[in-house]
Design a protein around this ligand. Structure first.
Ligand code: ASP
Length: 439
């Protein structure tokens, strides 16, 4: 058995947290490949090392002094090294970083040092080999992640190493320049490593005991989702559930490797299993609820729209021309509505409306703002009668006016549009009917 374990920033924020991580790894000798994030926040008022690095490099880039900021970052690592009682000096590494900052090595290089240095500390602490991600995680010249090339090189390299630490979040172009994934990208590195070593499981250790059925800021103490499929997770992540980076499932998904979300502070908890497919029934008809505020709808009307071939394409062309992606497009006989992110759309609304008039010649266009979308996701919905009926009667009982309904053909989710002001009420109503009442 082979396990890849990734630890998030809060799991590595201090020497105390490092010790918990060390215990977790030593408890199971199959935990052989470790992917660390940079040290995160020690408490709510703290700053993540990655953010400190961005701020420090911004000064270097502007030609200002940045030594004090760099010293503060060095102190974060020194505190961990001292707390762990390690014989390790990062002095030489920090001299190199200072030199490269002066030479303006780039923002990605700067941010990546958080994981790079934490990887060195972690490898020393565990007695594992350190492998710089820049030598095994590769990017194409256009910035795309080079999945196949990476897999080949990484598999070969790790095939010869019994136990290793590979820092998360970054890799390099063919010429050696460092490039990072988007924020939270260490989750992706963990998945890439799991694929390369054909791991039996990819354990992703964080500070919560898995995905919750609903947002705990809205619902008090919702239960943990025990098992969720990759596809369900995509739907929930897209709608705002943020435990795992949205792209982290792709490398393991093609190999059928399950992801297990675990809690460093409660290692006895089973966490959430993310799998390709399962015959495990979820406890409730729905697997989870997630949602986002801040959408606009553009309602377009034209008599006999239904018989005009190409009308939809012309309307969407107007959005494409201004670089705006659309979320949902429900339609009626003579109406079509396009849902977009309000902050993306606001500055361009009049231009887009003019383009729709020019391209599609509609009768009227009406824009509505301050809408929220809620996704009710569940593989069980397909085989259960009346799910939609229950959702809408629960919403009606709570006086929530439904502005839009969209059920994907996969029957994996139902998307509901409501006013921003009704957002939390709507989530509570849906949660109550499926989780609390379980009618
Ligand atoms: N340290 C990086 C960030 O803060 C990447 C990660 O933690 O996954 O986004």
């Amino acid at each position: 058995m082979r396990k890849v374990v990734k630890f998030g920033g809060s799991s590595l924020a201090s020497a105390e947290q490092f010790k918990k991580v060390g215990d977790i790894i030593r408890r199971d000798k199959e935990r052989r490949y470790v992917v660390p994030s940079a040290p995160g926040k020690r408490d709510d008022s703290d700053t993540k090392v990655t953010d400190m690095l961005y701020a420090c490099y911004a000064k270097a880039e502007a030609g200002e002094g940045f030594q004090a900021e760099l010293k503060a970052i060095q102190a974060r690592y020194q505190e961990i090294i001292t707390g762990l009682g390690l014989e390790l000096s990062l002095e030489g590494e920090f001299q190199t970083i200072e030199k490269n900052f002066k030479e303006k090595a780039g923002e990605d290089y700067a941010a990546s040092r958080g994981e790079y240095l934490n990887g060195i500390v972690m490898a020393r602490y565990l007695g594992f080999q350190f492998i710089d991600a820049a030598s095994v995680i590769l990017f194409e010249d256009d910035g795309e992640f080079a999945a196949e090339k990476t897999n080949e090189i990484l598999a070969k390299r790790l095939g010869k190493v019994e136990k290793a630490v590979i820092p998360g979040f970054y890799g390099a172009y063919a010429d050696g320049r460092v490039k990072t994934f988007s924020r939270g990208g260490s989750d992706i590195t963990g998945s890439i490593v799991a694929r390369a070593v054909r791991a039996d499981v990819y354990e992703n250790w964080t500070d919560v005991s898995g995905f919750l059925v609903a947002d705990p800021r809205i619902i008090e103490a919702p239960p943990v989702i025990e098992t969720i499929t990759y596809r369900e997770l995509r739907e929930l992540s897209y709608m705002g559930a943020t435990v795992l980076h949205g792209d982290a499932i792709f490398p393991v998904r093609r190999e059928g490797i399950p992801i297990n979300i675990r809690n460093t502070n409660a290692p006895g908890d089973e966490g959430t299993w993310i799998v390709e497919s399962t015959c495990q029934k979820s406890k409730y008809v729905i697997t989870g609820i997630a949602g986002k505020r801040g959408f606009c709808s553009v309602n377009i009307e034209k008599d006999k729209m239904n018989s005009e071939i190409g009308f939809g394409r012309k309307v969407l062309q107007a959005f494409e021309d201004y670089g705006i992606s659309f979320e949902h497009v429900p339609s009626g006989t003579d109406t079509m509505t396009v849902f977009v992110h309000q902050d993306e759309f606001m500055d361009k609304e009049q231009k887009v409306a003019a383009a729709i008039h020019r391209l599609a010649d509609p009768d009227t266009i009406e824009i509505e703002s301050d809408l929220a979308l809620i996704a009710v996701v569940g593989r069980g919905m397909k085989s259960t009668r009346g799910t939609a009926g229950r959702i809408f009667s629960a919403l009606a009982h709570k006086n929530v006016n439904v502005r839009m309904i969209d059920q994907g053909s996969s029957e994996l989710n139902i998307i509901i549009g409501v006013s921003n002001v009704d957002f939390e009420n709507a989530i509570r109503a849906i949660y109550e009917i499926f989780v609390e009442v379980q009618l």
